[in-house]
Design a protein around this ligand. Structure first.
Ligand SMILES: Nc1ncnc2c1ncn2[C@@H]1O[C@H](COP(=O)(O)OP(=O)(O)OP(=O)(O)O)[C@@H](O)[C@H]1O
Length: 312
């Protein structure tokens, strides 16, 4: 549905993205993650034919972004980070206006407005002035304008940014609903949000792709760094030093007197060494289990040098 190959964009001498290659398949909800300035908005703007790429190719629904941008615009709905709303307009008038801009045939405009009012749960405010509505409602109107021409693909740039926690939950729920019938590429800084909404993640860092997989796949591919949680009954003096002295252990992070997070870069099962050490010293094993990496851990690992061990 979206095929990107070797895409690059420079702003003057500054390279924003380079060598981007990825695909989004029909029906997928894909999270586009990256730190500030990674190139997410640039990529989304190129896919929506708002910004020309410097080189590379991208096809959306089989159409080329350079040659067939009109066809792509018909099939793509875009919610930019700041929704393009006219604050002084009444909701339904605004959506009628946008429908005209998007080329919805005149006779179908009223039905299209009714459809998006219903899909985005904003029927109750259709006669209100946009600027007087809450940010959560304004975001839904932003989604409604993106969907007015019934596109197959939705591209959403930070759709929950600036919303309060209740509004965030509502918008996430709405995106999950929309994901049943649309292909969605969504950028976000909120990692649990991506975990909840998306089936697959593309992590971008400094303009190129750092990782691309399902959450389970990312976890498995980063498994060369084993992480364990160890809980003992009676930790003796020097337990941290002794654990650290094991060949297979690269770092030990205590969390209270009897709980430790252990990292290992070795491929050997570090559990055996740890268990042996604990038994030899009579510290008593309460729990010894491998830890899955959270998306936050994966993100930090791929986008920074920071080493992190947290329970998940
Ligand atoms: N119009 C522009 N002129 C010059 N440089 C730009 C322009 N737009 C973006 N950039 C630069 O390109 C790089 C990528 O920016 P982009 O906005 O695509 O990143 P982003 O991942 O969306 O960041 P954020 O999460 O902060 O929105 C950044 O270094 C940014 O400063």
């Amino acid at each position: 549905m979206i095929e990107v190959e070797n895409l690059a964009k420079s702003y003057g001498p500054r390279s924003a993205i380079h060598g981007l290659t990825f695909q989004v398949n029909k029906g997928e909800v894909v999270g586009f993650l990256g730190p500030n300035g990674a190139g997410k908005t640039t990529t989304m703007n190129i896919l929506c034919c708002i910004l020309p790429a410097s080189s590379g190719t991208a096809r959306v629904c089989g159409f080329d972004i350079f040659e067939q941008s009109y066809e792509i615009r018909k099939r793509i709905g875009y919610l930019p980070e700041t929704p393009p709303l006219y604050q002084d307009m009444v909701v339904s008038n605004y959506l009628t206006f946008v429908a005209g801009l998007r080329g919805v045939p005149k006779k179908q405009i009223a039905a299209a407005v009714d459809r998006v009012l219903e899909q985005c749960h904003i029927q109750d405010v259709h006669e209100r002035i946009i600027g007087r509505l809450s940010k959560g409602y304004q975001q839904r109107i932003g989604l409604a304008q993106a969907m007015i021409h019934d596109p197959e693909i939705l591209i959403l740039d930070e759709p929950t940014i600036g919303l309060d926690p209740i509004q965030i939950i509502e918008i996430r729920k709405l995106i999950q609903e929309l994901g049943k019938a649309h292909t969605i590429l969504l950028s976000s800084h909120i990692l649990p949000e991506v975990t909840q909404i998306c089936q697959r993640v593309i992590i971008i860092n400094e303009g190129s792709i750092a990782a691309m997989d399902t959450l389970q796949g990312l976890n498995a591919s980063l498994r060369h760094s084993n992480r364990l949680e160890l809980r003992v009954r009676n930790a003796g003096n020097g337990i941290v030093e002794r654990l650290q002295a094991l060949d297979s252990v690269s770092a030990v992070h205590p969390d209270g007197p009897n709980r430790f997070f252990i990292e290992s870069n070795a491929n050997t099962p570090v559990q055996d060494d740890v268990a042996r050490l604990v038994l030899e010293h009579g510290w008593g094993i309460e729990e010894l289990k491998p830890l899955a990496m959270s998306l936050e851990d994966i993100f930090l690992k791929l986008t920074t040098e920071e080493k992190l061990v947290t329970p998940s």
